[in-house]
Design a protein around this ligand. Structure first.
Ligand code: ZN
Length: 213
């Protein structure tokens, strides 16, 4: 074997070994990531057995969950977080506000939101929810689809960049399936955390409520 062909074969085998190793590392990393997400999503399992009324009652009565009874601008209508959850519990669509940019009408709140609220609260986070489906948001906001909620107080402190808990809280929300997580450091979110779940949940919700009816 010439030196050239030896080097060539070594290079190929080295490349091959590197490729194998990288594939192995990549597969291990993705396995770990999936395992973490599944472990955290498993936290929602106990709440998936509850009826809407049971889920709503647990959220309303949980000492760590505050549901605002008026909007941050002082307006009180039938689309406050508290009344959104009450309506959810009674099996009714929840109301949207109809002032300013808010479109009015109703929406079905995803039960995932309430399950996540309980998971966060049972992890020891104490928080105040300022909007679910009500209030004014951007034109195509997931709030209007019942897939988002906002909080402005975390562990008895206002949400801002001096709150020592917000980063950990936001990271946990991502692990609990939130795909839009905005807070201090993001534009227009210096004083609240916005959490939204995928739009695909709307269809899941509709099919599960159809099968229940
Ligand atoms: Zn929001």
């Amino acid at each position: 074997m010439s030196l050239k062909s030896y080097l060539k074969s070594y290079l190929y085998s080295y490349k091959f070994r590197m490729l194998t190793m990288l594939c192995f590392i990549a597969s291990m990393t993705s396995t770990v990531a999936v395992a973490n997400i599944n472990t955290l999503k498993a936290e929602l399992k106990p709440y998936q057995k509850l009826t809407r009324q049971e889920l709503a009652n647990k959220v309303i009565n949980h000492p760590n969950i505050g549901l605002s009874k008026l909007h941050t601008n002082g307006i009180k209508d039938s689309a406050t977080p508290y009344l959104n959850v009450v309506d959810f519990g009674k099996g009714r669509p929840s109301k949207l506000s109809s002032y300013g940019r808010a479109p009015g009408g109703t929406t079905e709140i995803s039960e995932v939101l309430l399950q996540v609220m309980l998971a966060l609260a049972n992890r020891g986070f104490k928080f105040r929810i300022t909007e679910i489906a009500g209030g004014q948001h951007s034109f195509s906001s997931r709030h209007y689809l019942g897939l988002a909620f906002d909080i402005n107080e975390l562990n008895s402190r206002p949400v801002n960049n001096r709150n020592p808990y917000y980063k950990r809280f936001m990271a946990l929300c991502r692990k609990l399936g939130a795909t839009e997580v905005l807070g201090p450091g993001d534009a227009d979110h210096s004083n609240h955390i916005h959490l939204a779940w995928p739009r695909s949940l709307v269809n899941q919700h509709n099919s599960s409520s159809n099968s229940n009816s």
